[in-house]
Design a protein around this ligand. Structure first.
Ligand code: F6P
Length: 329
C-alpha cells in the first residue's frame, strides 16, 4: 500500500470474472463519485480482455442512468488468459497510458484482484479493487456485492422446491453455486430449514449423509431437502443422488441444479447500497493516494485491505452457523 498523495484526473473502471448482481450499481457509483470530484472516467468493456484489446469508452453521469436496478454488468465481463501473462499486462498498460488513465478500479473477485495487483506492481498504476462475487469468499469485507441477491434468488427457488417435495413426499437434492466455498449452501440451508447442507469446507462422507438422513426420516418427516454446494466433495447433487437414491427408494429422489439463475436478476436493496458505498469509497481512496488495496465494509464501516491480503486466502465460513444448522434441522 502506498500513501503518496496523487492528483487523480482520469479513472478507468472494469468488471471482470463471474458477474454478480450489483456490479452495475458499483459502476454507477464510481462514475458519479468521480463526476463530483471532476475526475474523467473511462469504462473498459469485457474486463482485462477489453483492456488488452482497446475496448474503452468514456462514461459520464448520464451513461449510468437507469442501471442501479439491473443485474449483469453494462461493461460486460470476461476471463482473460492473456492478461495472466506479462506480455498481456504490458499491452493493457499501454492502453491505459494511451487514454491518460492514471488509476484503475477493478470490480470482481480474487482472480480480478490478482491481475490488478500484478498490473499495478509491474506498471506503476494505482489500482483499487471492489469485491463483487456471489461466492462471498473475499476477506476484508463482511459481504461481497451480489452475495445477498444470489442468496435470496436461491432461497426463493428452494422454497418453491420444498412445496413440491412436500406434495409428493420426495427427497430433493438441490445444488447451489460455490466452487470452493459454501456460503450460499450454508445460509440457504438455514433459511430454508433444509435437512442437510453440504459444504466444501466440511468433510462429507456419503455414508454419513445416508445415516443422518435415515435418522431424520425415522421421525415424522415425509419429504426432505438437501442443499449441496457445487464444490462439495461428494461431487455435486447428481453424483450424490446416484450414490444414495437406492437407500431412499421410497422418497423418489429428484435433483435440481440452480446454476446460473443465482447470478442474474435485480440486485437486492442491500447489494445496491453496498455497491454504492464501495464505488464511492474506491474513488475516495484513489484520491487519497492508496493503491493495491481493496475497499470493503466490516461491521458497517468502510475498511481498506491490502490486495495481497485479500487474495492470500479464502474467507472462512462461520462455524457457529454450521452448528446452528445442525441444531435447528
Ligand atoms: O465465482 C462465481 C461463480 O458463480 C461460482 O460460484 C461458480 O462456480 C462459477 O462462478 C461458475 O463460473 P462460470 O460462469 O464460468 O461457469
Amino acid at each position: 500500500m502506498t500513501n503518496k498523495v496523487v492528483d487523480v484526473e482520469t479513472i478507468g473502471v472494469l468488471t471482470s470474472g463471474g458477474d454478480s448482481p450489483g456490479m452495475n450499481a458499483a459502476i454507477r457509483a464510481v462514475v458519479r463519485a468521480s463526476a463530483q470530484a471532476n475526475i474523467k472516467v473511462y469504462g473498459i468493456t469485457h474486463g482485462y480482455y477489453g483492456l488488452i484489446n482497446d475496448e474503452v469508452l468514456e462514461l459520464d453521469t448520464h451513461s449510468v442512468s437507469n442501471i442501479i436496478q439491473r443485474g449483469g454488468t453494462m461493461l460486460k465481463t470476461a476471463r482473460s488468459d492473456e492478461f495472466r501473462t506479462e506480455e498481456g499486462r504490458k499491452k493493457a498498460a499501454k492502453n491505459l497510458k494511451k487514454y491518460g488513465i492514471d488509476a484503475l478500479v477493478v470490480i470482481g473477485g480474487d482472480g480480478t484482484f490478482t491481475g490488478g495487483n500484478k498490473l499495478s506492481k509491474e506498471h506503476d498504476f494505482n489500482v483499487v479493487g471492489i469485491p463483487a462475487t456471489i461466492d462471498n469468499d473475499i476477506i476484508g469485507t463482511d459481504e461481497t456485492i451480489g452475495y445477498d441477491s444470489a442468496l435470496n434468488t436461491a432461497l426463493d427457488a428452494i422454497d418453491k422446491i420444498r412445496d413440491t417435495a412436500d406434495a409428493h413426499e420426495r427427497m430433493f437434492l438441490v445444488e447451489v453455486m460455490g466452487r470452493d466455498t459454501g456460503f450460499i449452501a450454508l445460509e440457504t440451508g438455514i433459511a430454508s430449514g433444509a435437512e442437510l447442507a453440504l459444504l466444501p469446507e466440511e468433510l462429507t462422507h456419503v455414508e454419513d449423509v445416508k445415516k443422518q438422513l435415515h435418522e431424520m426420516l425415522k421421525s415424522q418427516r415425509r419429504s426432505s431437502l438437501v442443499i449441496v454446494a457445487e464444490g462439495d466433495e461428494t461431487g455435486g447433487a447428481i453424483k450424490l443422488a446416484e450414490n444414495i437414491k437406492e437407500d431412499f427408494a421410497q422418497y423418489d429422489t429428484r435433483v435440481c441444479i440452480l446454476g446460473h439463475i443465482q447470478r442474474g436478476g435485480a440486485p437486492s436493496a442491500r447489494d445496491r447500497v453496498l455497491a454504492s458505498r464501495l464505488g464511492a469509497a474506491a474513488v475516495k481512496v484513489l484520491q487519497e493516494g492508496h493503491s493495491q488495496v481493496m475497499v470493503g465494509v466490516v461491521n458497517n464501516a468502510l475498511k481498506i485491505t491490502p490486495m495481497h491480503v485479500a487474495i492470500s486466502k479464502k474467507k472462512q465460513i462461520d462455524h457457529t452457523l454450521v452448528d446452528l444448522a445442525k441444531i435447528l434441522r
